[in-house]
Design a protein around this ligand. Structure first.
Ligand code: ATP
Ligand code: SKM
Ligand code: MG
Length: 180
C-alpha cells in the first residue's frame, strides 16, 4: 500500500466481471459528489462501438491495447473521480503498476467468489464477450474458477480488498468510505 501524506482524490475499483465495479462506482461517486468514469463506457463512446463489436471486429489484442491507452487517459485527467475498470484491465501489460503508482489514487478490489460470480453472470453473459459462448452454469463456473485464479495475482495488489457477497451497493459504499 502506498504511504502518502497527500489526500486521496481518486478511487479505482477493480475486480472480476460482475463484481459490481460499475454499479458500486456510480453509487460511490454519487455519495461523494465526485465524478464517475467507467473505462468500458469510455472505450465504447470513444470508438462508437460496443466492447463486443470491438473484440469481434478487431480482435482481443487490439482491445487490450486500446484499453491501456484509455486507462492512461482516465488516470491522467482524474481528480475527485471514481474510476470503474473493466474486469481484465489490471491483468495486462503494466496496467496494475500504472494504477498503483497513480498519484493520490486508492485502488479497491471488489472480491467475489466463484459460485456468486457464476450465479450473477450466467443470466448476463450475452453482453460479456469472454463468457457469452458458455453453455451451462457448470461450464461458466469452471471457466471463472481458472480465470479468477490467474487474475487474482493482479487484483490482490490493490490497496484494499472488500468482499461483495450479499451486500447492497449502499452498504459497499459505506465500507469504502469508512476505509482508513
Ligand atoms: N451490490 C450489489 N447488489 C446487487 N446487485 C448488484 C450489486 N452490484 C452489482 N449488481 C448487479 O450485478 C450485475 C453486474 O454488476 P456490474 O455491471 O456493476 O459489474 P462489473 O463489475 O462492472 O462488470 P464488468 O466487469 O462486466 O463491467 C448487474 O446486474 C448489477 O445490477
Ligand atoms: O474481464 C474482462 O476481460 C473483460 C471485462 C469487461 O469489463 C470488458 O472490459 C471486456 O468484456 C473484458
Ligand atoms: Mg462494469
Amino acid at each position: 500500500m502506498k504511504i502518502s501524506k497527500e489526500p486521496i482524490s481518486n478511487i479505482v475499483l477493480l475486480g472480476y466481471m460482475g463484481s459490481g465495479k460499475t454499479t458500486v462506482g456510480q453509487e460511490l461517486a454519487l455519495q461523494m459528489s465526485w465524478r464517475h468514469l467507467d473505462l468500458d463506457d469510455y472505450i465504447e463512446s470513444k470508438k462508437k462501438m460496443t466492447i463486443s463489436q470491438i473484440i469481434e471486429s478487431k480482435g482481443i489484442l487490439f482491445f487490450r491495447k486500446l484499453e491501456q491507452t484509455c486507462l492512461i487517459e482516465l488516470l491522467e485527467g482524474a481528480e475527485q473521480t471514481v474510476i470503474s475498470l473493466g474486469g481484465g484491465t489490471p491483468c495486462y501489460y503494466d496496467n496494475m503498476k500504472l494504477i498503483i503508482e497513480a498519484p493520490h489514487t486508492r485502488s479497491i478490489y471488489l472480491r467475489a467468489n466463484v459460485p456468486f460470480l457464476t450465479y450473477r453472470l450466467f443470466p448476463e453473459k450475452a453482453h460479456r464477450p469472454l463468457i457469452a459462448a458458455t453453455t451451462s452454469e457448470e461450464n461458466l463456473a469452471e471457466f471463472i474458477g481458472k480465470h479468477l485464479l490467474e487474475r487474482s495475482v493482479f487484483y490482490n495488489q490493490a490497496d484494499f480488498t472488500i468482499d461483495v457477497q450479499g451486500k447492497s451497493p449502499e452498504l459497499l459504499v459505506r465500507e469504502i468510505t469508512g476505509l482508513g
